[in-house]
Design a protein around this ligand. Structure first.
Ligand code: XMP
Length: 516
């Protein structure tokens, strides 16, 4: 675990869908926060020296014998602890209270009435909306606990230990529907835990730059550039840390978006002046993909050829000892309190573009402690242009999985032009940052049309635009009709060989974001 901040708070994850959100909310208040497994030992916590602990919610019932528990010794550490939902039930039960199924499961808005003045609710009105999501609730507290707030259906909406800094909330302060959630979490972090709120991304950048310098010494680092924001931020950070001893490799697989490779090449040669190796490998990739239509087969081929190209080029760079990667915090969290082992959780099919472990390098992953929005902020601070920093995520196998059917040069050219129109129009309408991914898909379907006096039999392009927080679930963007009309007209007029445009109105699940 890192030591990127002087003061930190730990979130013990009991399997909550909101654990990451809690950590982000704390960081938004300038308090560095990390998620750890629910069963982390009290001894380990003492070593990590946090200023406080937050016990997350979770789907289990505390009275179930197999429910996830924490080390009971954590209550003796003298640290402030805030239990949220399941976390509160755990604290109350551990001290002799009772938890039972609520008469009715409660999901959604409730009104919280503060019944006792206290630090946690400082600045919070006597009655305010909160977000509930629970089947169980605390029905009795031991003599040591005092109620702080209630709702119509929940006598113990918030509690506090009479002498120790132990607090519990039945509702979720981390979600925006809880009107004063930010204030309540802030009170816990600052008034109860005594955090000063000194975590700053700028300090993080400086600290990381000096750490990298120390670790790398006089050696050389290789960094793969993909065109995306994560690898660009890693490269920018390393460029500032070790300048000429950074070598970047960009494998141009011929499957990138329009002008994407050129933009990154310009940035890293003209601005950051890095030793950039561009591997022009379009032919190699397209030859290997010839005749292939199966999506997983495409992914495997692209993954294999990428590794070959990267390894060949890396072998030409002398004296490189380190490999820098843009792994982010959500990829590495010792997460899923309910899952086995602290293993990194990386979505399997998203590994395409990754490198095998037997490449003989030591890894440098300077973004391991950051969330995506923090990476973007850092990118801006490091001087990367907005165009790169705010770019939508793009799959490793690139346009190949958006070119449904066979991947040929001609089909890629059609797709690339149509995709550029989608992105340009969405940017022009001011909706680019609001949507999580917007792109075109070329279908393996021809349809009949009429242009001038002639009948056509041309390609169909699907437009996909989604709204999503984490890409695990997504809804199709409810784009204005006028915008859709402009996209459609421009694609049909400007992209040769396309006579029909359709809009994908499927959510994930059950559909996926990509078509392949
Ligand atoms: P799906 O299509 O599974 O996509 O809903 C979820 C997110 O992952 C991206 N994606 C990929 N990224 N290699 C990648 O690096 C892949 O093979 C891949 N497939 C999907 C997708 O763009 C979306 O952001």
């Amino acid at each position: 675990m890192s030591r990127v901040a002087d003061e930190k708070v730990l979130v013990l994850d009991f399997g909550s869908q909101y654990a990451q959100l809690i950590a982000r909310r704390a960081r938004q208040q300038q308090v560095y926060c990390e998620i750890v497994r629910h069963d982390i030992s009290a001894k380990r916590i003492r070593e990590l020296a946090p200023k406080g602990l937050i016990l997350s919610g979770g789907p289990a019932s505390v009275y179930d014998p197999s429910a996830p528990r924490c080390d009971p010794a954590i209550f003796q550490l003298g640290l402030p602890i805030l239990g949220i939902c399941y976390g509160m039930q755990l604290i109350c039960e551990a001290s002799g209270g009772r938890v039972a199924a609520a008469p009715a499961r409660e999901y959604g808005r409730a009104y919280c009435e503060v019944t006792a003045e206290n630090d946690l609710f400082a600045g919070v009105p006597p009655r305010s909306p909160v977000w509930m999501s629970h089947g169980d609730q605390v029905t009795e507290v031991s003599e040591d606990f005092v109620p702080l707030a209630k709702t119509d259906t929940c006598a113990f909406a918030a509690v506090k230990h009479a002498r120790l800094p132990l607090y519990g909330l039945q509702f979720h302060p981390e979600v925006t529907h809880t009107a004063y959630g930010e204030g309540i979490l802030g009170n816990f972090l600052k008034r109860v835990c005594g955090c000063a709120g000194t975590w700053r991304l700028g300090d993080f950048a400086q600290q990381t730059i000096s750490d990298v310098r120390r670790r790398v010494g006089d050696d050389r680092v290789i960094c793969g550039l993909s065109g995306g924001v994560d690898s660009a931020v890693v490269a920018a950070l390393l460029a500032q840390a070790i300048g000429p001893r950074l070598s970047c490799i960009l494998v141009d697989n011929g499957l990138l978006r329009k002008d994407e490779a050129a933009g990154v090449i310009r940035e890293f040669t003209d601005h950051f002046k890095t030793d950039l190796h561009v591997v022009r490998a379009e032919d190699r990739f397209l030859d290997a993909l010839a005749g292939v239509t199966n999506p997983q087969e495409k992914r495997k081929i692209i993954g294999r050829v990428f590794i070959e190209c990267f390894a060949d080029e890396a072998a030409r760079i002398e004296g490189a000892r380190f490999l820098a990667q843009g792994t982010l915090y959500p990829d590495v969290i010792e997460s899923g309190g309910l899952r086995d082992g602290p293993a990194a959780t990386i979505k399997l099919h998203h590994n395409v573009g990754g490198l095998p472990e037997d490449l003989d390098f030591e890894l440098i992953e300077p973004l391991r402690d950051l969330f995506k929005d923090e990476v973007r902020q850092l990118g801006l601070q490091l001087g990367l242009p907005e165009d790169i920093v705010w770019r939508h995520p793009f799959p490793g196998p690139g346009l190949a999985v958006r070119c449904v059917g066979e991947v040929t040069r001609a089909r890629l050219a059609t797709l690339r032009e149509a995709d550029a129109v989608v992105v340009e129009e969405i940017k022009r309408s001011g909706l680019y940052r609001q949507t999580a991914q917007s792109f075109a898909v070329l279908l393996p379907v021809q349809s009949v049309g009429v242009m001038g006096d002639a009948r056509t039999y041309d390609d169909v392009v699907a437009v996909r635009s989604i709204d999503s927080e984490d890409f695990m679930t997504a809804d199709w963007s409810h784009l204005p009709y006028e915008l859709l009309a402009r996209i459609s007209t421009r694609i049909i007029n400007e992209v040769q060989g396309v006579n029909r445009v359709v809009y994908d109105i499927s959510s994930k699940p059950p559909a996926t974001i990509e078509w392949e």
